[in-house]
Design a protein. Structure first.
Length: 94
């Protein structure tokens, strides 16, 4: 999961998505995207967002805004091995 989040965060920069956002925002958004796809997810979306927001020290609205901007590019952002999961599982509405 950590590697998938790292690749996703790097792809934000490569694709110029959410430009001008703090690195913590990109990291939090990438982690949120990847963790939403985990089968053993024990937290609901809001609890997950709370936890990530606390760790990266960025507000939930900021991560949510970046996620909504990036959602349409998820197939380009996520590592190839996670793309099929994203088509089936990732929620657009927060």
């Amino acid at each position: 999961m950590q590697n998938a989040a790292k690749i996703t965060a790097e792809n934000f920069g490569r694709l110029s998505i959410c430009e001008g956002k703090k690195p913590q925002t990109i990291a939090g958004t990438a982690l949120f995207m990847v963790m939403l796809l985990q089968k053993d997810q024990r937290l609901n979306e809001n609890e997950l967002l709370d936890a990530i927001s606390e760790v990266v020290e960025i507000g939930k609205p900021t991560i949510r805004e970046c996620y909504c901007q990036a959602y349409q590019f998820r197939d380009q952002l996520l590592p190839e091995y996670m793309r099929e999961k994203s088509r089936q599982n990732v929620s657009r509405s927060l």
